[in-house]
Design a protein. Structure first.
Length: 376
């Protein structure tokens, strides 16, 4: 298939002198050289990845680079959230310096959200900023974390507390790379796809409801879903790169999700991020219903669809339990969306009608959590 140019969708992220393209489609990775003409024989490239992704995709990346005479240094970290840490960041930074990657060279982040956040942050700080390209290999990374320039690692105090905004120079979302993704990971990423529909695109929700099976099985609907999600994220990031306003909408479902991840000690065997988001999305809508903002039909429709694709929708679905209302509320207070002691939630008037609600009464949130726990 070497010479077949796949049909690709290009989504621009309009950020002035930091603008870049997201290149989406089956086989997009093979177009790396065409999409990044600065990559020339003799140029230096470091590919940051994890050992799991490396086993699947290193060969293809090496071949793509070899065609233009570029030999890359590979830096592989352990798979999993544990790699978003100070020691692993130090290892990656030193490996980039050791590989003599300089400002005119290139870092490639090849992997899921952990690798993208870690490699992006290393690229932000080594030599005060290196150019980097995101090649996301999970659905979640393709539709969310690889776009928008949030990079960072975790602190013992919480997730993503040390980081920088550092936009990539290009994102290549090759949807064929998702063929090797375990079904659980793919499903988890789907929760983030659905999030875009719930934020402001009811027609996308209607479409997803009848197309999910084809998105999962790898039909052209998969590219379309990734492209619509990326377009939505690109538009929000272009409006509010630094999350002072609209970008907070991307946190729909995430205040609850982060609390659940905390309640399960970030143990991915129990709950992966996207699963927590699936429950969080349902809870954001049920909370909106409880506050008299939205009708119950939309909330039920969302839960039905998520359950149909095999995602969890209730606190009772959390393996080992989600703890009690006070500890969940406490975890939500720790979340970064707390300002002046008030809880900020993303709530909704219906599917596609989400909004930022500041000053949500903590007592109402607690009562809602107690109700959710009692539902079983
Ligand atoms: N994942 C949320 C954001 O990029 O703002």
């Amino acid at each position: 298939m070497e010479n077949v140019v796949p049909s690709l969708t290009i989504v621009p992220v309009e950020l002035g002198d930091r603008a870049y393209d997201i290149v989406i489609g089956r086989g997009a990775l093979g177009q790396l050289a065409e999409r990044w003409p600065a990559l020339k024989a003799g140029g230096r490239v470091a590919v940051v990845t994890d050992s799991h992704v490396q086993a699947f995709h290193r060969g293809q990346v090496e071949q793509t680079l070899a065609r233009i005479g570029v030999e890359a240094a590979f830096v592989a970290v352990a798979p999993g959230e544990g790699s978003k840490s100070y020691p692993v960041l130090q290892h990656v930074c030193d490996a980039l310096i050791g590989a003599r990657i300089e400002r005119n060279d290139l870092v490639i982040a090849l992997g899921g959200g952990v690798v993208g956040d870690l490699a992006g942050f290393a690229a932000a700080i080594v030599r005060r900023g290196l150019r980097f390209i995101q090649i996301p290999t999970t659905l979640l990374a393709q539709v969310d974390s690889s776009v928008g320039g949030k990079t960072g690692i975790n602190s013992p105090h919480g997730k993503n507390l040390v980081g920088a905004f550092h936009q990539p120079s290009l994102v290549i979302a090759d949807t064929a790379l998702l063929d090797t993704l375990p079904p659980r990971e793919f499903r988890a990423g789907y929760a983030e796809v659905l999030k875009y529909a719930l934020i402001d695109d009811r027609a996308f929700f209607d479409w997803l409801e009848t197309r999910a099976d084809r998105i999962f099985s790898g039909g052209p609907e998969r590219e379309r879903a990734v492209a619509i999600s990326c377009r939505s994220k690109a538009a929000i990031v272009a409006r509010d790169e630094r999350e002072t306003g609209d970008r907070m909408l991307l946190n729909l479902g995430h205040t609850f999700a982060h609390a659940l991840e905390r309640a399960t000690n970030y143990d991915g065997a129990r709950l992966v991020h996207g699963e927590a988001v699936a429950i969080g999305l349902c809870m954001a809508f049920r909370f909106s219903v409880a506050l008299g903002l939205a009708n119950g039909q939309d909330a039920a429709r969302i839960a039905r669809h998520l359950a149909e694709v095999g995602l969890p929708t209730r606190l009772a679905d959390v393996p080992g339990g989600a703890g009690d209302a006070d500890s969940l509320l406490d975890a939500m207070r720790q979340d970064k969306k707390v300002a002046d002691g008030k809880l900020t939630f993303i709530l909704a008037r219906g599917i596609g009608e989400s909004f930022i609600a500041r000053d949500v009464d903590a007592a109402k949130a607690r009562a809602f959590l107690a109700d959710e726990l009692a539902r079983g």
